[in-house]
Design a protein around this ligand. Structure first.
Ligand code: NDP
Length: 329
């Protein structure tokens, strides 16, 4: 069986040489464990932080050790009550073909209700992040003007549509290409969108949001956050979800207009999806319902083969994905 290890700590953008594909024996599950054959795994931006030596909000990956991340796989053998061979489970031991997984950290999913990859995207962690960020963190209300950055990605595609479906007056998205911008407006129902390469983000946002912004869902940080500070209406709220524009640079760009938060009485609130489990049931019901009836659409960018997982990860950081970036094994 094959697994991918961290060969070196990336400086700036990761390269293929930072990863190593290694042949290892299929693990033997211990008591209380499942042997899982992975079917699909997630590549996520937060993993970039774990590749650095310092503490991010998750402990760093060990050099020379197998990476991990969200995955869905089929149980091959079970040594735990409540699970049987053939079950499909969501767990955290991706980046390897076979995993011995503690049953306590595996969640059975229904592969007939949704394709396995959906449990890593729209119905999984990224979808839940969008939902929690808008509802719990930003306190979305009907009639809000909402701006979502990274809008064509896994979290952003859900955030923009939840805002629309929850009665936002206007939903604006930003993304990194003309094709993504077209997709946001024509397929996902955003009212306006722009490619942030087309000029200063502050100008692009001001033009797209002539009435100002009430809620900013921030996936990007840096210049985008600065632009939102300028466009915010009084009492604007930002859900600070991520700052991907700064993940691969040793020289982060900070918002220069933070001082505006005072006079505008802004709320800028960081959050981690793991603290919002109380929303899980509502999320599954509401977003699951919208997916089922077609009112919420989503995309996935699927790369085939564990050997191509590094490529998929690097590509995701560079914006090559539309929607959720996945790797099938
Ligand atoms: P995406 O699917 O959005 O993929 C990352 C995207 O980031 C790329 O497609 C690219 O799109 C965009 N990007 C890359 N570099 C830049 C840049 N310099 N400026 C602007 N955009 C850039 O990833 P996710 O949806 O999984 O994650 C989105 C954000 O949410 C990340 O910041 C992530 O860290 C965060 N996150 C936070 C969680 C939490 O609990 N707080 C949980 C999950 C995710 P483009 O073509 O538009 O540039």
């Amino acid at each position: 069986a094959r697994e991918i290890r961290l060969a070196s700590r990336p400086v700036g953008y990761p390269t293929a040489a930072d990863f190593e594909l290694v042949e290892v024996p299929v693990p033997t599950p211990g008591d209380g464990q499942l042997l899982v054959r992975n079917l699909v795994m997630s590549v996520d931006p937060y993993m970039r932080g774990r590749m650095n030596a310092g503490e991010s909000y998750v402990p760093p990956f060990g050099l020379g050790e197998v990476l991990d991340g969200g995955a869905v796989g089929e149980v091959v053998a079970s040594r735990a009550p409540g699970f049987a061979a053939g079950d499909v489970v969501l767990h955290g031991a991706g980046w390897r073909e076979y995993a011995a997984v503690d049953a306590s950290s595996a969640v059975r999913v229904d592969p007939d209700a949704a394709p396995p990859g959906a449990y890593l995207g729209v119905l999984g962690m990224p979808g839940m992040t969008a939902y929690a960020g808008l509802l719990d963190v930003a306190g979305l209300r009907e009639g809000d003007v909402v701006f979502v950055s990274g809008a064509a990605g896994a979290v952003g595609q859900v955030a923009g549509q939840v805002a629309r479906l929850r009665g936002a007056k206007r939903v604006i998205g930003s993304a990194g290409s003309a094709a993504k911008v077209k997709h946001l407006v024509e397929e996902l129902g955003f009212d306006a969108a722009f490619d942030y390469h087309d000029g200063p983000v502050a100008d692009l946002l001001a033009a797209a949001a002539p009435e100002g912004v009430d809620v900013y869902f921030d996936n990007v940080g840096g210049e985008h956050l600065d632009a939102a500070l300028l466009s915010f209406n009084p009492h604007g709220r930002a859900a600070l979800c991520g700052a991907i524009s700064n993940y691969n640079t040793p020289d982060p760009v900070g918002p220069r207009h933070l001082g505006l938060a005072v006079g505008k009485r802004l709320t800028l609130r960081g959050f981690l999806v793991r603290d919002h489990e109380h929303l899980r049931e509502r999320f599954t019901r509401e977003v699951g319902g919208w997916v089922a009836d077609g009112s919420l659409r989503y995309r996935e960018t699927v790369t085939e083969g564990i050997e191509r997982a590094p490529e998929a990860f690097i590509g995701m950081l560079r914006g090559e994905n539309l929607g959720k970036a996945l790797v099938t094994l």
